[in-house]
Design a protein around this ligand. Structure first.
Ligand code: NCD
Length: 329
């Protein structure tokens, strides 16, 4: 599938109409999402309060690929904004009877959908849908192939900001299967847009993208050097389902060379935080002692996912309102 220009996600006022990728966005787009997300979190209790804003709006979650955290937190976020929520079960839908994606889409639009949240195993699927929806319908990418997972990257930025304040000062190391991870692509874009001091990627050469320099990152094949003095460690799993051939001798070998253990965590700053988008494969990319240890913020990431997804959804609807108000003047 061809990836269309990322700026189809911006409206004529330069504001987000869809949320498909972080590529091409400016720091103010990202900080607005983080600020709005933060405003939903009660500073005393950490609770995420219900809002009254999206009464009468219908949001449809179209997940063509498995998901635990992303689908559930989108659903909670939509309900906390008071929208009507439909989860389309693709396994039992008519796409299984030969209906094309576009026919499915147009039928859902006829049911008065206002937003589609899309996860698909093909890169470019969310862009494709965004190119074909009616003008009032918004599309949010919940992960497409190896391409992008922008809401995950934004919830990671919120988690970092909550613990470390200014992303600008930080050295961030991402370890694991860099090449096949849509999460890492979006994280690198977010960290670059927010001007993190240093972005490192750590892993075996077989799991690195072909031109890492173009991403503005520092590449390390040695975990000890890569983790030296970093503020944030992001661990990602081996995306075995995306590897076309065996790129590693074994999972055990990977753990021996790159698994995040307490001993290796000690190379980073003493107050470094450990993150992981999930699903976690214990004993493959991370030791249980680290995943469950005091520096781990893995479950906080999940909770912040609700606030970030609420923020993205609300901003898209607000931008459409502001645009309509501007046009009717
Ligand atoms: C990721 C995904 O599906 O891209 N998980 C998530 O959304 N939290 C990461 C993965 O599958 O490894």
């Amino acid at each position: 599938m061809r990836l269309s220009k990322p700026n189809i996600q911006l409206n004529s006022q330069g504001k987000l109409r869809h949320f498909l990728t972080l590529e091409g966005l400016k720091a103010h787009h990202l900080t607005e999402i983080l600020d709005v997300a933060d405003s939903f979190i009660d500073p005393e209790t950490g609770d995420i309060r219900k809002q009254d804003t999206l009464h009468g709006k219908a949001i449809m979650n179209l997940f063509f690929e498995a998901s635990t955290r992303t689908l559930t937190t989108f659903e909670i976020a939509e309900k906390r904004l008071s929208a009507d929520v439909v989860n389309l079960n693709i396994a039992t839908s008519s796409t299984k009877k030969g209906e094309t994606l576009l026919d499915t889409l147009w039928n859902l639009e006829a049911m008065m959908a206002d937003m589609f949240v899309v996860r698909h195993n093909e890169s470019g699927a969310a862009h494709f849908i965004a190119n074909h929806v009616a003008p009032h319908v918004h599309v949010v990418n919940a992960g497409d192939g190896q391409h992008a997972h922008p809401t995950q990257a934004m919830l990671d930025m919120l988690t970092i900001r909550k613990h470390k304040n200014d992303i600008f000062d930080l050295k961030v190391a991402i370890i694991g299967d860099i090449q096949h991870s849509r999460v890492v692509r979006s994280q690198i874009q977010a960290l670059s847009i927010l001007e993190a001091r240093e972005i490192r990627i750590i892993g075996p050469a077989t799991l690195m993208p072909s031109h890492p320099e173009a991403l503005g990152v520092h590449v390390y094949n040695d975990i000890k050097e890569g983790l030296d003095n970093v503020d944030v460690i992001i661990n990602v799993r081996l995306q075995n389902e995306r590897m076309k051939s065996a790129l590693l001798p074994s999972e055990k070998e990977f753990f021996n060379l790159y698994g995040l253990t307490n001993e290796r965590l000690a190379y980073a700053k003493p107050d470094a935080i450990v993150m992981h988008p999930g699903p976690v494969n214990r004993g493959v990319e991370i030791d249980s002692e680290v995943a469950d240890g005091p520096q781990s913020v893995i479950l906080e990431q999940v909770t912040y996912g609700i606030a970030v997804r609420m923020a993205v959804i609300q901003i898209l609807f607000n931008n459409a309102k502001a645009l309509a108000a501007g046009e009717s003047k």
